[in-house]
Design a protein around this ligand. Structure first.
Ligand code: AMP
Ligand code: GLY
Length: 425
């Protein structure tokens, strides 16, 4: 089978790395890919948001399955355009991807489906938003309705912070049009996790849960990032909690979306807060998490290709997944300065030695080949991924590999999986 993966991050390297192991695979392309992906797939000079060019390539090359990594091409209708010309695709339609594109839409669907989540209000008027905040009190959470590169969320511990967030988002438009509408919601207290399920429009198969580390600094300090590391399985998601998440937050969503004429096909990523009253939905994303995908792919024993194809063809009820017994953990190496500004084109050495550490795979995110050398081109640059019998073993291997790298302009968090380690795992 011929497969085209869309995207260029660590998530897409993990998907390509896993798909490459499939005996069913005959050819693998990635658009646009990166230096690490180039070792397992043929990289194409087509940006991940060039939807029409991607469809034209897939049609001209008789691609059997398109796998879409990031949300932007989905929101732009890549999956719809593939389906319109008979190309199989694993990813939601633009109508279904609105779950991530509009937080207000997502909250309305969750309410309609009876999914346990924070209470909320949707506002297009600043005075109404502020009155709602004063009425409800702090702590409270203020979000832009639209996509704001993961930054349009303020978890306000005081009334002043919440009111200032409304001024910034709606008054000063610091996130542009994304702030035309705000969602203001209940603050949920608990331990957060990322939960993933595969959906085919009618049904859903649980993948697994992972725990991400969003803040840039050790001890969960500093600004939010795309994610600085993850591990899976995560102890907060016991089998009982997993069953509750499937019953309360995944299956009702799939049924409700189908009933709304927006059937959901693809990976469903539920951000969940495990509270003292059980798991509650924070948000949906319409794609794999990055770096969560890296640890899911490291743990998955089953061949990924027939599973994604079953998803694209509406046959997920036939699928059972097998997992390795080990724990997987990924440490993200980022360019110094990230998530602010950072230097580009710095040379990364020691990749071979890092990849030779037992149980370790070095996945690339923002890298390119320049004069035969691997250089850093993005904020998040590498995902040093390890498996181990325990969280501690996986973590020790990942950091041993990190220490083999020769990249003075890079950094990582040194405390990935601290919650599990604190539990003695
Ligand atoms: P989101 O982009 O909606 O995932 O929000 C970013 C982060 O803000 C989440 O990962 C949570 O850590 C936090 N957050 C979002 N909504 C809430 C909420 N209702 N209560 C507490 N924390 C939240
Ligand atoms: N790591 C969180 C995300 O992909 O949104």
């Amino acid at each position: 089978m011929k497969v085209l993966v869309v995207g260029s991050g660590g998530r897409e390297h993990a998907l390509c790395w896993k798909l490459k192991q499939s005996p069913l695979l005959s050819r693998l392309w990635c658009a646009p890919g990166n230096a690490g992906i180039a070792a397992v797939a043929e990289c194409l000079a087509i940006g991940s948001e060039k939807v029409d060019e991607l469809v034209a390539f897939a049609a001209a090359n008789a691609v059997d399955l398109v796998v879409v990594g990031p949300e932007a091409p989905l929101v732009l209708g890549l999956a719809d355009k593939c389906r319109a010309v008979g190309i199989k695709v694993f990813g939601p339609s633009a109508a279904a991807a609105e779950l991530e594109g509009s937080k207000g839409f997502m909250k309305d669907v969750a309410a309609k489906a009876g999914i346990p989540t924070a209470w909320y209000g949707r506002f297009r008027d600043m005075d109404a938003a502020k009155s709602f905040i004063r009425e409800k009190g702090a702590p409270i959470v203020v979000k832009t309705d639209g996509l704001a590169a993961g930054k349009g969320v303020v978890v306000a511990m005081t009334l002043d912070e919440a009111l200032a967030a409304v001024d910034a988002m709606m008054g000063d438009k610091v996130f542009g049009d994304a702030g035309d509408e705000l969602v203001i919601e209940e603050f949920l207290d608990g331990e957060e996790c990322s939960f993933f399920a595969l959906c085919d429009g009618k049904t859903a198969v649980p993948l697994a849960a992972a725990q991400d580390h969003k803040r840039v600094g050790d001890g969960d300090t500093g600004p939010n990032t795309g994610g600085m590391g993850a591990y899976s399985p995560t102890p907060v998601v016991t089998p009982d909690i997993q069953a509750k998440i499937m019953e309360s937050s995944i299956l009702p969503l799939v049924r409700t979306m189908a009933g709304m004429g927006r059937p959901y096909t693809g990976v469903l990523f539920a951000g969940i807060m495990v509270t003292e009253h059980g798991p509650k939905l924070l948000e949906y994303n319409v794609r794999f998490g990055d770096p969560e995908c890296q640890v899911l792919m490291a743990r998955l024993k089953s061949d990924l290709l027939p599973v994604l194809l079953a998803g694209a063809e509406g046959r997920l009820s036939e699928v059972t997944l097998e997992w390795r017994d080990e724990v997987a953990l990924v440490v993200v190496m980022a360019a110094m300065g990230y998530p602010g500004s950072y230097e580009k084109n710095t040379v990364i050495g020691g990749l071979e030695a890092a990849g030779a550490v037992e149980g370790v795979t070095v996945l690339h995110a923002g890298t390119a080949l320049k004069d035969g050398k691997v250089v850093a081109t993005g904020g998040r640059v590498l995902g040093v991924t390890a498996i181990g019998a325990t969280v501690s073993e996986a973590r020790q291997r990942a950091y041993a590999a990190v220490d083999c790298l020769d990249w003075p302009q890079g950094f990582c968090r040194r405390d990935i999986a601290w919650r599990a380690v604190a539990r003695g795992l």
